[in-house]
Design a protein around this ligand. Structure first.
Ligand SMILES: NC(=O)c1ccc[n+]([C@@H]2O[C@H](COP(=O)([O-])OP(=O)(O)OC[C@H]3O[C@@H](n4cnc5c(N)ncnc54)[C@H](OP(=O)(O)O)[C@@H]3O)[C@@H](O)[C@H]2O)c1
Length: 336
């Protein structure tokens, strides 16, 4: 720990575009009895960071839902006028520096990773509840590990909880080259043995093949919803389609998984009418989920794909890159 008791952190004092984020020197936090203090080596950007910083609903939310959801999200994150949690970043990875007195399962020096809903990961040190700590994958560097939380877990729940592919099932992943899609392709293929087709733009076709997709469709050249192929599972990560548009390519007992249930009134209707072909759900960011992801990484089934790495001082640029909507895997902030 530094002698000064101070650390570098990115602070967000008002809602707004990436430029509201400022690098500052602040006090190193003190862990509560059930928390640990970690020296944090990295984080990565995802939609939650956009919501925390912007105080808005995700961009895919449909008109009308955007205002209501934006207000709901501000209230649930505890900051109606300005962010309550001043330091953004939920995914973390680092080394335990000190333990609260009730923490018995971990020791100083352990290498950990995970996802802390209260944020704080855009900083050199952070306090984290011991209940969300998972063991860091041994075969990844801290920088690589920082790319895992937040991206892997929506893909995990899609195939573990919402619709599990059987060996050989045809799975279509729409948005296959992004932060979540790159994990989804590998989980469907290497964990469940599905035949995977990834949908992405022209510059990412080779990469999506490299991570294991059997087939890749360039959405700028081909309308795959008009194909004769029937998929047992369609995972739409970026709300490019909806269940109605995919009916033609969904097997009669198949499942369409919406990563964003708030993208259209029709999606809300499917939820309210309990449509058996439509599934959705929030990511599971628990320690158990992160430990399972760690097992898959250590056994070589999945690995993070990294679009770009920024130092903490360039967090504004990292947010801008993520918000292009065309990242090739994950956007990482490395905190050396
Ligand atoms: N359910 C949950 O718990 C949960 C959790 C977190 C996030 N989310 C949602 O996940 C989404 C973000 O996912 P992400 O972080 O993976 O995004 P991302 O990293 O920005 O990646 C988006 C990818 O989508 C591809 N894409 C863009 N337009 C497309 C189209 N028309 N058809 C097919 N692919 C297209 C892009 O590929 P190219 O660059 O090749 O065009 C890009 O690689 C957000 O909508 C967010 O709300 C849900």
């Amino acid at each position: 720990m530094t002698n000064s008791g101070k650390m570098n952190a990115v602070i967000c004092t008002k809602f707004g575009p990436p430029e509201v984020l400022k690098l500052m020197e602040v006090d190193i936090p003190t862990p509560n009895a059930d928390e640990v203090l970690i020296r944090n080596y990295g984080t990565s950007i995802n939609t939650v960071d956009y919501i925390h910083r912007g105080g808005k609903a995700p961009k895919v939310a449909f008109w009308g839902m955007r205002q209501i959801l934006g207000l709901f999200l501000r209230l649930s994150f505890g900051g109606l006028r300005k962010p309550k949690q001043k330091i953004p970043g939920c995914g973390f990875t680092g080394e335990i520096i000190s333990l609260g007195k009730e923490v018995l399962d971990w020791k100083v020096g352990d290498h950990v990773y995970g996802y802390s809903e209260k944020g704080g990961a855009s900083a050199e040190y952070m306090t984290v509840s011991a209940s969300v700590l998972a063991k860091k994958p041994e075969n990844l560097s801290f920088q690589e590990t920082a790319a895992v939380p937040g991206g892997s877990t929506p893909a995990l729940i899609a195939f573990r909880d919402l619709a599990t592919p059987k060996k050989g099932d045809k799975v279509l992943v729409i948005g296959a080259s992004g932060g979540i899609g790159t994990f989804a392709v590998q989980i469907a293929k290497n964990v469940y043995g599905a035949e995977v087709t990834g949908v992405c733009g022209p510059s990412n076709i080779e990469m999506v093949k490299e991570i294991g997709a059997d087939f890749v469709i360039d959405y700028t050249r081909e309308d795959y919803t008009k194909s004769d192929i029937k998929y047992e599972i369609i995972l739409d990560i970026v709300s490019a389609q909806n269940l109605s548009k995919c009916k033609n390519i969904l097997a009669s007992d198949g499942t369409y998984i919406a990563n964003n249930p708030i993208s259209s009134p029709r999606s809300i209707f499917h939820i309210m009418t309990n449509n058996k072909q439509f599934k959705t759900g929030p990511a599971d960011e628990s320690a158990a989920a992160m430990n399972l992801i760690c097992e898959w990484i250590e056994s070589g089934k999945i690995r993070p794909v990294i679009d770009s790495v920024y130092p903490l001082s360039q967090t504004v640029e990292a947010h801008r890159r993520y918000e292009t909507g065309h990242a090739k895997g994950r956007v990482v902030i490395s905190i050396e």
